[in-house]
Structures are given as structure tokens and as C-alpha cells.
Design a protein around this ligand. Structure first.
Ligand SMILES: NC(=O)c1ccc[n+]([C@@H]2O[C@H](COP(=O)([O-])OP(=O)(O)OC[C@H]3O[C@@H](n4cnc5c(N)ncnc54)[C@H](O)[C@@H]3O)[C@@H](O)[C@H]2O)c1
Length: 327
């Protein structure tokens, strides 16, 4: 199949590109390199520097590429994703994340491209009150980032209905780890995710880390979350693309493991490799004790089951940081 990956130079998009290339697809990447890097893009993909909010540029690229063959699908990873920044700069988030999706969909409609795969997030659920989150749960984002993704989801739904298109929307939970080749992984500054922070602490790139609360109603008192390896997540996109291109009904699907690990378990796992200096701080407002994705739908519709474990996630992130000396 021929697929356009918008945002394919970023953390998750570059892994999706690799999985698509491995599965034998013809891959075109469009990215403005705002957070992504060229060296993350597999050399078998054709790269175009472009911004998804630039309608003229997007049309040019699609017109040029369509001469070589019609696109079967478009994948969208081209979002701004920093929650606190979305609170301080909401207009930028609505412009990039929502207007970008509108222009992408308009271009697809004009070019007759029928299938779209969209990266969404557990942030669309907001403050989840249940231990296990299903796709039917209430959608109530609590920040502009989550709102921008939900607005995009809804736009995709209505546009697909109006123009006879198919979509697969994936809501990710905690994505981490690096590719086993160690060529690509998470390089971002100001990381807020627990796994890279724990690994950075173990590598002495941080003096210490804080565990926010150890008095939750969980076996060891620390919060439990659902972690998914980025390569497993990326592979789900290949399955999702085949699913809709083969004529199945559009779907919105959680990508998680249905399994949870506590913050303490993450620290213990990293400590098997290197000691981690941490202290216990107060709870953060809004942090639920336990948040796990139901992955039943992903298994049922796509036959997707994550293969990698917490051990694999931590080891690949650790080795990636060591190899590239990434802070
Ligand atoms: N990383 C996570 O934990 C996580 C969790 C849930 C959902 N997501 C979603 O996954 C997607 C990818 O996230 P990521 O972690 O790979 O982020 P990332 O910042 O590494 O990747 C985003 C990519 O999109 C590009 N981009 C951004 N705006 C663009 C624009 N206007 N035009 C063209 N390219 C643009 C960036 O240069 C970058 O290469 C996002 O849609 C995000 O909402 C990520």
C-alpha cells in the first residue's frame, strides 16, 4: 500500500514509518521538523519538508506524489503534545492540532484519499474515575491538548461520514521505549514521562526524582499506569491501516496493555540495571490511583496484542540513552 505519514520524523511517527517499511509499504513522510529530526526517518521513505497547516504546500506534495501512485491511506502524528504548553498557548495548539487536521482532511477529500489513521490520546477521557478505561467512557478533556485531539477526532468522524471515508483513531496510553535497533527513540527536552525520567535519574542525568504520593490504595501505595512499547504501538498502525483499507468499519481503539505497573515497580525494574535516587513527595492533584486501558477492542478488531514487556521498554530506553548520550 502507499501511505503518507504526516509527522513521521517524530518519536512515534518514525517508529510507524519503520514498521510500514518493514511490512513492505511505499511510505511518504511529511514533517515540519519542529520537534522531529530527519535522521529518524527511515531512508526507504520519501521525505518532504512541509507544514500540515500550509494548505498550498500540502496540495503540492500530494499532487506530486499522486503522479507516482494513488495514496491508500494517510497517517497523522503531526501534533504539538506538551500539556502545560497547551494551557499557556491554547491558540497555537488549536491551530497546529485542529486546523492541521482540517487541512489534511480537505486535501484528502480533494485527492480522493479514503482512509485516515489518527493518533489520539487517553487525554480525551480527562479525569478518569475507573480503574480500566474503555472506549465508551465519558470524553471530558481537562486541558487544551486533550480538547484539540478530541475536536480532531470529532472532525474526522463527521468528515468521514460526509465524504464516505474510513478512519481508525487510536487513543494511546503511556508510550515509552526505543526501537530495538537503538536508531530511534525518545529524544525530547523537558520530559514529563515517568520511564525516561527514571532512566535519566539512573544515568545520573538528574540528581534525583520525586514519586508523587505513596499512600494510594494500590499494593505498594504508588500510582499504577499502563505502559506500552513504542514499537508495539507503531505496529498497531499497520494493522489499523490494513483493517480500514480492506473495507472494515471505522473504529476508535485504545492502545494499552490491559496491565498496570506501579511507579515503584518501574523504579525497581530500572534499579536492576543502575541505582535510582528518589524521594517521596505529595500527591499531584488529579492523578488517579490506577489507570489502565482496556485493550479488548484492539485485540478483537485488529488481533493486536503487545509483545514487549515493561522490562523491554526500560531496557531499550536505557540503551538508547546510553548509546546516543541523550539527556
Ligand atoms: N508521546 C506520547 O506519549 C503520546 C501519547 C498520546 C498521544 N500521542 C500522540 O502521538 C502523536 C505523535 O506524538 P510524538 O510523541 O511522536 O510527538 P513528536 O513531537 O515526537 O512528533 C510529532 C511530529 O510531528 C511533527 N509536526 C508537528 N506539527 C507539525 C506540523 N504542523 N506540520 C508538519 N509536521 C508537524 C513534528 O516535527 C514531529 O516530527 C501526536 O499526535 C500525539 O498527540 C503521543
Amino acid at each position: 500500500m502507499k501511505v503518507c505519514v504526516i509527522g513521521g520524523a517524530g518519536y512515534i511517527g518514525s517508529h510507524a514509518v519503520l514498521e510500514l517499511v518493514k511490512d513492505g509499504h511505499d511510505v511518504v513522510v511529511i514533517d515540519n521538523l519542529s520537534t522531529g529530526t530527519m535522521d529518524a526517518v527511515d531512508e526507504k521513505a520519501r521525505f518532504y519538508l512541509g507544514d500540515i497547516t500550509d494548505e498550498i504546500k500540502l496540495r503540492e506534495i500530494f499532487t506530486e506524489e499522486t503522479k507516482l501512485g494513488h495514496f491508500d491511506a494517510v497517517m497523522h502524528f503531526a501534533a504539538k503534545i506538551v500539556v502545560p504548553e497547551s494551557v499557556s498557548h491554547p491558540l497555537e495548539y488549536y491551530h497546529n492540532n485542529v486546523e492541521g487536521v482540517r487541512i489534511m482532511l480537505k486535501t484528502m477529500v480533494n485527492q480522493g484519499i479514503k482512509n485516515v489513521i489518527f493518533s489520539s490520546t487517553a487525554a480525551v477521557y480527562g479525569d478518569v474515575k475507573k480503574d480500566v478505561c474503555t472506549e465508551e467512557d465519558e470524553l471530558k478533556p481537562i486541558n487544551p491538548y486533550g480538547e484539540s485531539k478530541l475536536a480532531s477526532e470529532r472532525m474526522i468522524h463527521w468528515v468521514a461520514q460526509a465524504y464516505d471515508m474510513n478512519y481508525c483513531i487510536f487513543r494511546y496510553f503511556n508510550v515509552a521505549g526505543a526501537h530495538e535497533s537503538l536508531k530511534i527513540g525518545l529524544k525530547r527536552d523537558n520530559l514529563t514521562h515517568i520511564i525516561p525520567i527514571t532512566v535519566q535519574t539512573a544515568l545520573k542525568l538528574r540528581d534525583s526524582m520525586v514519586v508523587f504520593g505513596d499512600d494510594y490504595l494500590t499494593p505498594d501505595g504508588t500510582c499504577i499506569r499502563d505502559y506500552i512499547h513504542v514499537a508495539d504501538l507503531a505496529f498497531a498502525h499497520v494493522l489499523g491501516m490494513k483493517y480500514i483499507v480492506n473495507g472494515n468499519k471505522s473504529a476508535t481503539i485504545n492502545l494499552g496493555s490491559s496491565t498496570g505497573y506501579s511507579v515503584k515497580q518501574v523504579i525497581d525494574e530500572v534499579s536492576l540495571h543502575l541505582p535510582v535516587n528518589f524521594s517521596i513527595g505529595p500527591r499531584r492533584p488529579g492523578d488517579p490511583a490506577k489507570l489502565i486501558a482496556s485493550s479488548d477492542r484492539a485485540k478483537e478488531l485488529l488481533g493486536w496484542i503487545p509483545k514487549r514487556t515493561l522490562k523491554d521498554i526500560i531496557l531499550t530506553d536505557l540503551n538508547f540513552r546510553r548509546k546516543h548520550e541523550i539527556r
